[in-house]
Design a binder for this molecule. Structure first.
Ligand SMILES: [Zn+2]
Ligand SMILES: [Zn+2]
Ligand SMILES: [Zn+2]
Length: 326
């Protein structure tokens, strides 16, 4: 497992509630960010439009998510686009190479597997039921027939071809373009990058669970929280909770190895200024020995949890154990 990506910008991105909601839905509902061609002929991401709101520049958002390696490309397609209007929703038609008529009919050669007869598909039609024109047997299943050839017949000059010319009609002004003129545009589908999954699961799922637990205990909760310290500086915390003048500051630190002492020191720099009654640092998958040594001296309770699933219970136990007698 690799270390989590650049923290500072990622934290700024995660602090946007719409971003959190979109990533949360992608994780919990197992969704991809899939493009659809909209009524304007451009590629859109309906899920992002729905969650982020139409006024947000979704492409810019996606770019940032890719730069921070929070999202990554899952798959890619090249679609046909009008070279003039840059619309990716042309109508496709078959054109006769001789007379340029756009009225062709598609014909198939069908083989009756039972007797080996091969003929035009229209010949198998007997008053609305399928029947072999050679042996006279009714055709009951698809398996009794085999398609042995397909061609297109111009309804104007009757010329036939098996590889027709395709032409495209742009929705803007109904003008035509051909496969020689068209532009191919790349549209991508995105997924949450595996290397930030653990970190995201905790930011998006554990933080709300911790907040819900404190709310249930009667606290007034902010998550994520911006709290002004005594120095006047504003600090960001994963969760901040208040009840009857008692305050709790919570931070979650996730790493691929035991969380090192710098996480305790960074958290202490905030709590020293905010002065909450209780400071709890949740470390996933564990805290390093040095981090644990600092715990008491810095007045921070360090909770360790291997994958975050038991963290809520452990934090609750710490808060209850240190609750001020009433
Ligand atoms: Zn066009
Ligand atoms: Zn037959
Ligand atoms: Zn023709």
């Amino acid at each position: 497992m690799q270390a989590p990506g650049p923290r500072i910008d990622a934290t700024r991105l995660y602090s946007d509630p719409n971003t959190r909601e979109l990533l949360r839905r992608m994780l919990t509902e197992n969704l991809l960010l899939e493009p659809k061609i909209g009524p304007d002929g451009k590629a859109h991401y309906p899920l992002a439009d729905e969650v982020l709101g139409l006024e947000v520049d979704v492409n810019g958002w996606v770019r940032e998510m890719l730069e921070q390696a929070i999202l990554r490309k899952a798959s890619s397609r090249e679609v046909v686009m009008c070279p003039v209007h840059l619309r990716a929703d042309p109508m496709v038609m078959v054109e006769c190479v001789k007379c340029r008529s756009k009225v062709s009919s598609k014909r198939s050669l069908i083989e009756h597997v039972y007797c080996g007869y091969i003929g035009d598909d229209s010949r198998f039609d007997k008053d609305g039921t399928l029947q072999c024109p050679n042996c006279g047997r009714p055709v009951k299943t698809q398996g009794e027939l085999r398609v042995s050839g397909v061609w297109y017949e111009c309804q104007n000059c009757l010329s036939k071809t098996s590889s027709p010319k395709l032409v495209f009609i742009c929705k803007e002004g109904n003008h035509e373009f051909t496969s020689a003129d068209l532009t191919l545009v790349n549209i991508d589908t995105y997924e949450v990058n595996e290397r930030v999954l653990v970190e995201l699961r905790n930011t998006l799922l554990l933080d709300p669970e911790l907040a819900a637990m404190l709310t249930e205990m009667g606290y007034e909760v902010s998550a994520p929280a911006k709290v002004q310290g005594q120095s006047g500086s504003v600090h960001s915390l994963d969760v901040y909770a208040k009840k009857d003048g008692e305050t709790v500051a919570l931070q979650v630190a996730v790493d691929s190895k035991p969380v090192d002492a710098s996480a305790v020191i960074a958290f202490f720099a905030k709590t020293f200024d905010i002065k909450p009654n209780r400071s709890v640092l949740v470390t996933i998958p564990a805290a390093s020995e040095e981090a644990k040594r600092l715990e008491a001296g810095y007045g921070v309770s360090v909770v360790e949890d291997f994958d975050g699933s038991g963290a809520v219970k452990k934090v609750k136990a710490v808060i209850e154990a240190t609750a001020r007698p009433r």
